[in-house]
Design a protein around this ligand. Structure first.
Ligand SMILES: C[S@@+](CC[C@H](N)C(=O)[O-])C[C@H]1O[C@@H](n2cnc3c(N)ncnc32)[C@H](O)[C@@H]1O
Length: 250
């Protein structure tokens, strides 16, 4: 996307509760599958977006969460919301690229990533976060995957454009093993998680921005694309979606 298209994109996404599918119930489900964390774990949430899962992690873990993203308005929203929820002492929002982590090696017990590793590629992102994880530390990450080998052309064309590196669950774990992680567990992110906090508010926001940008065809094209993505997911959710992966650093 060019700079203007990003501007239209953020006119939508800066107003959503999440940047991708997920829910507090799913965050809790993934967290419960992680064994042997210290009482006050040090957690790094990469690509935190507006930070719904960051806040839930701070509430349920008893630890401290450092949340990083490269889009400052998300970090500002998270800082403000954390303060409103009385979580300021437990959450620190930092503008940092996950491929240029400036933390000491082996400083975190757990790295969390909901729908964000794809930004630099699953395997490459795992290599980056592995350095800052303690030995035996965990990664919990939701990632787009193909659920079936044969997918309709429309689904294949969508992923070819959005994330050509998409693969299946087994291959994600193979990539994780190559990077120095052992599989712990995995589960499918439920379809309702795509709608309740993501696609439903996205639809509402699209209606608002369509009115605001009605004279800007380039903006309307960006909004049309997002609308098509919702329809396509709704129709083809048996073929691709998000899987939550739990892995342990060897
Ligand atoms: C799909 S959104 C998910 C946000 C959030 N985890 C959630 O589930 O609501 C992906 C996020 O990753 C962030 N991001 C993209 N590239 C990044 C990078 N290189 N380093 C850190 N964050 C990045 C984006 O700004 C965006 O907030």
């Amino acid at each position: 996307m060019n700079d203007r298209e990003w501007e239209y994109f953020f006119a939508v996404f800066d107003h959503l509760p999440r940047g991708g599918p997920g829910s507090n119930a799913t965050t809790r489900k993934a967290f419960r599958r992680i064994t042997s964390l210290p009482a006050r774990p040090k957690i790094l949430d990469v690509g935190c977006g507006p930070g719904m899962q960051t806040q839930e992690l701070a509430r349920i873990s008893g630890g401290r969460v450092t949340a990083i993203d490269i889009h400052q308005p998300f970090l500002d929203r998270l800082t403000e919301e954390a303060s409103r929820m009385g979580l300021s002492g437990r959450i620190k929002a930092v503008n940092m690229d996950m491929s240029k982590l400036a933390f000491p090696d082996r400083s975190f017990d757990l790295v969390w990533a909901e729908g964000s590793l794809y930004s630099v590629g699953f395997e490459s992102a795992l290599r980056h976060v592995r350095k800052v994880l303690k030995k035996g530390g965990f990664v919990a990450a939701s990632e787009a995957v193909l659920f079936k080998k044969d997918v309709p052309d429309e689904v294949r064309a969508f992923w070819e454009k959005e994330y050509p590196d998409i693969t299946d669950v087994q291959d994600c774990f193979r990539r994780a093993e190559r990077t120095g992680f052992s599989p712990v567990s995995h589960f499918r992110v439920p379809k309702r998680d795509w709608f309740t906090h993501f696609y439903n508010p996205l639809r509402t926001r699209l209606a608002e921005v369509r009115a605001e940008y009605r004279a800007v065809p380039e903006a309307l094209a960006v909004f049309d694309n997002l609308e098509r993505e919702i329809e396509s997911y709704n129709k083809f959710s048996d073929y691709s979606g998000y899987e939550f992966f739990l892995m342990r650093k060897d």
